[in-house]
Design a binder for this molecule. Structure first.
Ligand code: PRX
Length: 649
């Protein structure tokens, strides 16, 4: 890792902003000085760009650290900020969403139309008994109804929990239960790679699986046209309810700290964490960063973020940031290569997309299939490119700039997390001289440090732990139902400084370079997965005695899930090694979802452990990455690694 970063940091290409870009840039360099002069006043100013039904007088209350309160005596309505106020300002005819379905269907919504839809949906939900504080689970494809649902829930002061459509019914059930959701909004199915994938079916399985569930109703959007089973009294068609609903709905104010959503993310234990975000601070930072980082000109830009609403990027930079800013955006349902490998570029050409925000894993897969694919389309409308989810290697960065950006678009590499809610480190395109591979500098108003284990700043050119040293508006407010785990996970190490779980290094200019996770969290295609969660899925299979999972470096996906499994003696002859591996990969997909399916499963006789019984994943990672196995002296039985490597070579 250290050698790789040393090589990276010799990257000497620099890209200062052009004179033309600077001339029309939304923010200039003075913003850093303004934020540094008075951080809290800076954030209060940003918050005042929103509409407050009741203005706040207090900016930050950190008395009860690490439980922060921002703007807490103010009251606002998040959906009103994303919709009604734009219509009232005379922008009702501006397109909010251009939707492109995978099969080629398309529709668009102006701000006036989207507002009307959200009002109707809020009336539907209110009619189903949803009130402030209730939880609504959302399990939908990337279709406008996903955004409409999130905003309708927010409009009522209720709390959404969006569950990515790729998660299994088991995962869905545990998330519904953890949050005691009252309503589930889903679809019959969605389109992916030319086929319909069922969603309602998984909701039925989730609700049937356990005992009594908190869910009273399931609202079903018609999308895939696939057959669904129906539970009368519980299940309702979205279309029918919307057609019958009143179009008038007044947005009521809710306190700034009213919970907005829960989003489950993987941590270092087997159980996903329900990361809680609230209203005023979250909307302040998502809208500010969306404006400043992407240099958003809402009257002229066409913005496209390719993330699914099931992830934090889809929450902050599809739903809330862009709509709070009155942006026009593209939303696409499907995969990049359906029905042909140029689909994304075709969409950019069709809508004249000016800002594209995507993940390095996608860029690397486009690099692999070749530049002739994007080069067949007119991409000249693009003027800002963004990257998120994992470090972008300089080679991919340059390809992105040259082939997609025509050699002159700035690239902003944005570092942040589900927990941070919004971008924390990034270049600003009209201000920063860009360095391929670096996440560059803290956003104005954000305080970041790199510390050693003892909490001392490591200074320049040394690796350490990335820490956010002052509270920020869009910060995580807690883990749903588990305040102790919240404190333990993020705050135990450095007190009132937030420990992000990432390693980082600052170069001689003070720019930040990310070194990957320092805990047992993997990053596969920019998605977070926990080794412990996959291990516990594996040991839940009757064949498995023990399992260890590592994230091995992978050219396409950043990291890949590699599992080492010990089969129970009684099961040793139940299946061949190939059969067992296929079975276990499918079992993980069923337990968690296809995204967690291991790329490789190795059957081994024993796992390497320390004398105290701790699995030495570091050694397994060496094997999975094809390296010579490192120091084995702390192993309880030093022959274990030899047996593993002999068997696998
Ligand atoms: O390791 C960092 C990596 O993704 C983690 C956060 O994952 P998640 O909560 O799923 O959010 C992903 C989208 C914001 C971080 O702890 N990560 C995210 N962005 C970057 C990154 N690593 C390096 N560079 C980035 N730009």
């Amino acid at each position: 890792m250290v050698t790789r970063i040393d090589n990276l940091m010799h990257e000497s290409r620099r890209f200062p902003p052009t004179v033309e870009f600077i001339a029309d840039s939304v923010v200039g360099p003075e913003i850093y000085a303004a934020a540094a002069a008075d951080r809290l006043a800076f954030w209060a100013d940003q918050a005042r760009t929103l509409h407050w039904h009741k203005p706040f007088t207090r900016t930050l209350d950190w008395e009860d650290a690490p439980f922060a309160k921002w703007f807490d005596d103010g009251a606002l309505n998040v959906a009103y900020n994303c919709l009604d106020r734009h219509v009232l300002a005379g922008n009702g005819d501006r397109v909010a969403l251009y939707f492109e379905g995978e099969p080629g269907d398309s529709r668009s919504y102006t701000y006036a139309e989207l507002t009307a839809e959200v009002k109707r949906a809020a009336n539907v939900m209110a009619g189903l008994g949803i009130v402030q504080g209730d939880r609504v689970a959302v399990y939908l494809p990337m279709i406008p109804e996903a955004v409409i649902t999130m905003l309708a829930v927010a409009r009522l002061g209720a709390v959404h929990s969006v569950i990515f459509g790729g998660f299994s019914s088991e995962s869905l059930r545990s998330r519904i239960d953890d949050a005691s959701a009252k309503l589930v909004v889903t679809a019959d199915g969605g389109y992916r790679k030319g086929k319909v994938f069922p969603l309602k079916h998984a909701v039925d399985a989730a609700l049937a699986a356990g005992t009594e569930s908190s869910v009273e109703h399931v609202l079903v959007v018609k999308r895939g046209g696939n057959e669904v089973e129906w539970q009368h009294g519980r299940d309702l068609w979205w279309d029918e309810e919307m057609a019958a609903a009143d179009v008038e709905h007044e947005a009521m104010p809710f306190p700034a700290e009213n919970p907005l959503f829960i989003l489950y993310t993987s941590g270092t234990t087997g159980k996903p964490k329900g990361v809680l975000h609230t209203s005023g601070g979250y909307l302040t930072q998502t809208s500010f960063t969306h404006r400043a980082v992407f240099d958003l000109h809402p009257e002229t830009d066409i913005y496209w973020c390719t993330a699914d609403v099931g992830w934090i990027t889809g929450h902050s930079y599809v739903t809330y940031g862009p709509l709070a800013n009155g942006a026009t955006q593209v939303m696409y349902e499907g995969t990049p290569d359906s029905p042909h490998p140029g689909r994304w570029w075709e969409i950019i050409q069709k809508y004249g997309v000016t800002i594209l925000y995507t993940a390095p894993t996608a860029i690397r897969s486009f690099m692999k299939i070749g530049r002739h694919i994007p080069q067949a389309f007119d991409l000249s409308s693009l003027r800002v490119l963004g990257s998120v989810g994992e470090p972008i290697n300089p080679e991919a960065w340059i390809w992105y700039r040259d082939i997609i950006g025509g050699g002159n678009t700035p690239i902003v590499d944005t570092w942040w997390q589900t927990e941070t809610g919004a971008i924390m480190l990034s270049a600003l395109p009209g201000v920063t001289t860009l360095k391929p591979g670096a996440a560059q500098v803290p956003i104005p108003g954000i305080a970041i440090e790199v510390l050693d284990e003892a909490g001392t700043d490591v200074g320049l050119n040394s690796g350490g732990l990335l820490v956010v040293s002052e509270p920020w508006p869009s910060m995580i407010r807690g883990i749903w139902g588990d305040p102790e785990r919240f404190v333990e996970t993020y705050w135990e190490k450095f007190g009132t400084k937030y420990f992000a779980g990432d390693g980082a290094r600052r170069d001689h200019d003070g720019d930040y370079w990310l070194l990957g996770r320092v805990d047992d969290v993997m990053n596969v295609s920019g998605h977070r997965l926990s080794t412990a969660e996959i291990e516990s899925a594996l040991v839940s299979h009757p064949m498995v005695a023990e399992a260890a999972v590592v994230g091995a470096e992978d050219e396409a996906t950043g990291q890949a899930v590699v599992a080492f499994v010990v089969i129970k003696e009684s099961q040793a002859h139940a299946a061949t090694a190939d059969e067992a591996s296929t079975l276990l990969r499918a079992h993980v997909a069923e337990q968690i979802g296809a995204i967690a399916r291991p790329k490789l499963v190795f059957l081994v006789a024993e796992l390497p452990k320390t004398r105290s019984g701790k699995i030495m994943r570091r050694l397994l990672k060496d094997v999975a990455e094809g390296r010579e196995v490192g120091d084995t002296t702390t192993l309880a039985d030093t022959s274990v690694m030899r047996i593993i490597t002999d068997k696998l070579s």
